[in-house]
Ligand binder design. Structure first.
Ligand code: SF4
Length: 193
């Protein structure tokens, strides 16, 4: 079965056809590399300050691990998580940095990504994960808290299955529901709409 990344799911949520072009036809996005380098530089400067000033004391964090590679055989997914915070009560929480401004719509995408990290943490560390955080570095390091539930985990699992289906069967998925994404899309010239 195809093993996917948390980022694949983000791409799928942006437009289901991205996965088809990237993973079935092997056509990369041109902007991808530049974005990642930029993100890395920015976040490197910010991480220490956010942690020091915010979460550790407030949430009784006793330990953290950074840049943690995680793999799930159960869900066929892997990824590298910016930080895992371990709490006094034995639970753990994903903490992810985004080189982005906070926007409600974007947050719902990041919510699913964090659910994936939560599933990965549960499987790799055998610790309950009930909440997580995303830090928006371009909104003055705004930290948004999110709560996970049985429903959010099962929705996330369905999403993972949808992405795997495209990769494994070559299924050409429907286009994005937001047609306003298409004019700026790097695949617009090859995407039949
Ligand atoms: S052109 Fe529109 S439908 Fe096609 S891949 Fe891009 S965003 Fe998706």
């Amino acid at each position: 079965m195809a093993n996917i990344t948390a980022s694949d799911v983000i791409e799928y949520l942006y437009c289901p056809r991205f996965i088809y072009f990237m993973r079935c036809l092997d056509i990369p996005q041109h902007e991808e590399k530049r974005y990642k380098v930029q993100k890395g530089r920015d976040i490197h400067l910010i991480k220490a300050e956010v942690n020091k000033n915010y979460l550790r004391k407030k949430l009784n964090v006793v330990r953290k691990e950074i840049n943690v590679p995680l793999n799930s055989e159960k869900y066929n997914i892997h990824g590298i998580l910016d930080e895992i915070l371990f709490v006094e009560d034995g639970s753990a929480m994903p903490f992810d940095y985004k080189f982005a401004e906070y926007k409600e719509k974007l947050f719902s995408t990041h919510f699913y990504q964090s659910n994936i990290y939560a599933l990965l943490i549960q499987e790799n560390f055998n610790a309950p994960v009930n909440k997580g955080f995303v830090c928006y570095t371009r909104s003055s390091n705004l930290v948004k808290e999110m709560n996970f539930s049985a429903k959010s985990f099962s929705d996330t699992q369905s999403l993972i299955n949808d992405v795997v289906k495209v990769i494994e069967t070559g299924y050409f998925p429907p286009k994005t529901k937001s047609a306003n994404k298409c004019p700026d899309c790097c695949y617009k010239n090859i995407c039949v709409r």
